[in-house]
Design a protein around this ligand. Sequence first.
Ligand SMILES: Cc1cc2nc3c(=O)[nH]c(=O)nc-3n(C[C@H](O)[C@H](O)[C@H](O)COP(=O)(O)OP(=O)(O)OC[C@H]3O[C@@H](n4cnc5c(N)ncnc54)[C@H](O)[C@@H]3O)c2cc1C
Length: 463
Amino acid sequence: MNIAIFGGGVAGLTAAIHLLDKGYSVTVYEKRSVLGGKVSVWKDSDGDSIESGLHVVFGGYKELQSILKHIGAEDAILWKDLALVYAEKNGKQTSFEKQKGLPSPLAELLGGLKTNVITWRDKLSLIRGLLPLLLFGNEDYFRSQDDITYSDWHARRGITENALQRLWRPISLALNFIEPNVISARPMITIFNYFGRNYEDARFGFFKANPNDSMIEPMRQYILKKGGVIENNARLKEFALNEAGEIQYALLAEGRRIEADAYISALPVHSFKKVIPKAWLKYDYFKNLFHFVGSPVANCQLWFDRKITETDNLMFSHGTTFATFADVSIAATDDYQAGQGTATGGSVLNLVLAPAHHLMELPNDVIVEQVMNELKTLFPKAKDATLLKSTIVKIPESVYKAVPGVDKFRPDQRSPIANFFLCGDYTYQKYLASMEGAALSGRAVAEKLSAKLPKHRQVELLS
Ligand SMILES: Cc1cc2nc3c(=O)[nH]c(=O)nc-3n(C[C@H](O)[C@H](O)[C@H](O)COP(=O)(O)OP(=O)(O)OC[C@H]3O[C@@H](n4cnc5c(N)ncnc54)[C@H](O)[C@@H]3O)c2cc1C
């Protein structure tokens, strides 16, 4: 049975891996010349890795870790100490760490009390507001909180505005690239649950090299080894339907017809909306997808001639153009090192700029100047350092905005159309739009497809 998968991001590639394992014939059609989608990385003319966005892995990403192990890439991740590190002015840093050796939620409470990111009043309000969540929160409760913004949830719990601005605003911007008064409470409290429940689940991990070399390329190799086919520069243009409204064939932009036994969209939701056949819009399943809108975000990379920080972890910052960032010359050990491209052994900062709606049309050199001025206030060593190179990648529609009320529209991987399935980070699974969510959706679509269209169906029917 031939399966055509459109989209070569984490969702499409993991779907391909699971379907190949189940014995299906699989072809992945990806519109770009590189795989990976929002995790994609490419080399520029200097030999530097340009990332679509800084990506970190949580310890709780069990599905992603399991697939990496399955394809022989389990060593891809470098785990860091558990801490939320906040960069402050003049080289100071404050962190929100768990107290090691204690059970949760005592570890978070005592650790939180020691932090100097916020005042004692903020800390007491946090304990009062978050303790019930840490003790009794569950998946049903998280989903039930999707009708209010995080700011409202925070205020209803009596937690202070200072704690919101200093601690959680950078987290909201890092998570979904939108403000706490825009993001739904659901994704935020899901993240608190990570930090509040299990030490291992809350740790950040970095790809040893970059997301492509450490994850996407091993996925590609596995797919090819299993007999799968990957076609790049192959953009899905439209589906042609038969009389029953099912897909007769898919048409690529180059004019080629693709015929398969089943078709999977692993496109981002904004791209999929462009190719949904009009006849399918009579189904709420497809119509509801128009509730999803992508978040704009930009990623800035800066190469310095010397180290401007020693921090080996993800960092957050307050009141800057960038919400979260890392020195990948320290956090990743197999890329960005002296002699690789522009790197000379100095810092290579990878910064996620959010909110970014106003940056989309701003010239890159103006953005870099703004980021550099802010960095100099945070890291005094940046004042003496020479900036060797800067790059900016802008993504006008990245992950969908997790605003209140949208969660209920996330579609199941099985569609009302017999030979058509969906996957992607926005489809229904327990995580937010993330690499883990995309990988979970890839597994789910393979399981649902094989339950509906078993590989040996015809043989069984004949016998
Ligand atoms: C700046 C940034 C930072 C992030 N940081 C993190 C992080 O730290 N941790 C984390 O877990 N997640 C992070 N994410 C989110 C994560 O990258 C995504 O949730 C995940 O990669 C989405 O995977 P996907 O396969 O669902 O979609 P995508 O990655 O969007 O893949 C879809 C693919 O479909 C292709 N495509 C589109 N249209 C067509 C067409 N017509 N025909 C064929 N192919 C098509 C695209 O080119 C793309 O390759 C970040 C995202 C960004 C943008």
